[in-house]
Design a protein around this ligand. Structure first.
Ligand code: ATP
Length: 144
């Protein structure tokens, strides 16, 4: 396992959310392995992120071949395809990934992710809506 001070992080899904997470990690000099099933997205980000590969995150064998079990931290940034999101998280849990940050699009989706072993469930719209609710009033600036 990679236990250096700057861990390598596995990112599954390079949509707006996953690519923003990956970019933010790269800007902190953190190495990332990005996985997306869409060849065009992979090609688009290949030059920008350290390692970018095309693979189906629901394919347990393919994921094991990528060595996902070597990562301490992973971000599952698949939203719309709940089945794929769930299977990707299960694969990472079974591989022994300790920290799994998973994006949920609904409360029910989030509840499933939590129950199958995602350690952090993220609701992007909810979180950003709450932030904007504080930003527009200018109150509670600590919150931003
Ligand atoms: P965002 O809201 O972050 O922009 P999106 O609207 O593009 O996301 P999502 O369905 O959340 O769409 O997918 C995010 C990314 O995850 C896409 O780039 C998609 O190709 C990828 N993805 C979806 N399913 C899989 C899978 N099974 N394996 C790997 N990547 C996947």
């Amino acid at each position: 396992r990679n236990r250096t001070a700057r861990p390598t992080v596995l990112i599954i899904g390079l949509g707006r959310f996953g690519s923003a997470v990956a970019e933010t990690l790269v800007n902190q000099d953190v190495e990332v392995l990005c996985v997306d099933e869409d060849a065009e997205r992979v090609q688009h980000f290949a030059g920008q992120f350290t390692h970018t590969v095309q693979a189906d995150a629901t394919d347990g064998d393919a994921m094991r071949q990528l060595g996902v079990g070597q990562f301490d931290r992973a971000v599952v940034a698949i939203g719309n395809d709940i089945e794929a999101s769930v299977l990707a998280v299960i694969t990472l849990v079974e591989a022994g990934v300790e920290q799994i940050w998973a994006k949920a699009i609904t409360r029910k989706h989030g509840k499933i992710l939590d129950r199958i072993g995602a350690t952090h469930v993220i609701y992007p719209e909810l979180m950003m809506g709450q932030r904007v609710g504080h930003m527009v009033t200018g109150l509670m600036n600590d919150y931003i």
